[in-house]
Structures are given as structure tokens and as C-alpha cells.
Design a protein around this ligand. Structure first.
Ligand code: ZN
Length: 166
């Protein structure tokens, strides 16, 4: 069976950046299971896997536009430390996430990750960590099956490699 919309697909993936630094990999671990054609993987990966048969191996270079998006400079912000409640100051450190007003979309919120803490201010970003990164994937299609009606109704896989929330 080949990869197509509404099929349950198990893959192994190995993701590197353009310098060969490994970003993420399923090698040596569990396969990644997903419901094809529902936007669960970045577009460049789902497009490359479409029509492939179980057992297929492929290398794919995914530009940011088909990956995690381009960087938006408006989402890199500097915030005075005084804008945070004093009781929260000891929790403010790099890597901590918080929700705040979106810098360019009125009324919207965005999730920011603290990048750097200076004595009087915090640098944070709402850009995805992989925004602007060209993704180099090595992919292997391990298995393909039809999704069950229940999986299609939920929009995700059940069982090994899927959700276990039932
Ligand atoms: Zn479910």
C-alpha cells in the first residue's frame, strides 16, 4: 500500500540542518506514526512521502517555506524586566516560555520563548526554533495501512506510535 490521504503511515526520520548538525532523529527509537494528508508533518515532508510505498527510502531538502516557516523579525522582541511581575523574576531564564500580545496582529496572542536575560531587559522570540532553517530529511516509509474510521474522526492515529488518550 502506498502513502496517500487518510492512510496511517509509520516512518523513520533523520533531520539535519545545512551544516550537517543533527536536529532530531527517530533512528534507534520508535517510528513516527501520522495520518497522511492532515498537515501533521511539515508540508515538504508530506509532499515528498505522497505516493511512496512501504520500504521506500528518500532524502528530501525542505526549504523554510515548506518547513517551519521563514523568520519574522517582528516576533523577536525586547521587553523591559519591569514589565514582568516582581514575583516572577526568579523564574525568568532562557528557554522559559510565556504567552503575550502578538507584536503585529492586533488582538492576537503569541507564545514567546526567552532567548536571553539582561540586567534590565529580556530578549524573547515567538519565531519557531526551526523557522528560517532549511531542513535535510532522510526518510524511510516503514508501513502504510488504511486509517480506521475512528482515527479519521479524531484526526490522528491510535495504537503504537499514535495517541493513547482513550
Ligand atoms: Zn483519538
Amino acid at each position: 500500500m502506498n502513502v496517500a490521504k487518510d492512510r496511517a503511515v509509520q516512518i523513520h526520520y533523520h533531520l539535519s540542518d545545512s551544516d550537517g548538525n543533527v536536529i532530531d532523529s527517530s533512528r534507534g527509537g520508535d517510528t513516527l506514526g501520522y495520518l497522511h494528508g492532515h498537515g501533521q508533518l511539515v508540508a515538504g515532508v508530506e509532499n515528498a512521502l505522497d505516493g511512496k510505498a512501504a520500504g521506500a527510502s528518500l532524502s528530501v531538502v525542505v526549504p523554510p517555506e515548506e518547513g517551519y516557516g521563514v523568520r519574522d523579525d517582528a516576533l523577536d522582541v525586547g521587553i523591559p524586566l519591569s514589565a514582568f511581575p516582581p514575583e516572577s523574576h526568579d523564574q525568568i531564564k532562557a528557554g522559559v516560555m510565556f504567552e503575550g500580545a502578538h507584536p503585529s496582529e492586533e488582538g492576537a496572542s503569541a507564545v514567546f520563548t526567552i532567548v536571553e536575560v539582561l540586567p534590565d531587559r529580556v530578549h524573547a522570540t515567538a519565531n519557531h526554533a526551526l523557522a528560517g532553517v532549511t531542513l535535510h530529511f532522510e526518510l524511510e516509509v516503514v508501513s502504510v495501512r488504511a486509517a480506521t474510521d475512528e482515527e479519521l474522526a479524531h484526526g490522528h492515529l491510535h495504537g503504537p506510535g499514535g495517541h493513547h488518550h482513550h
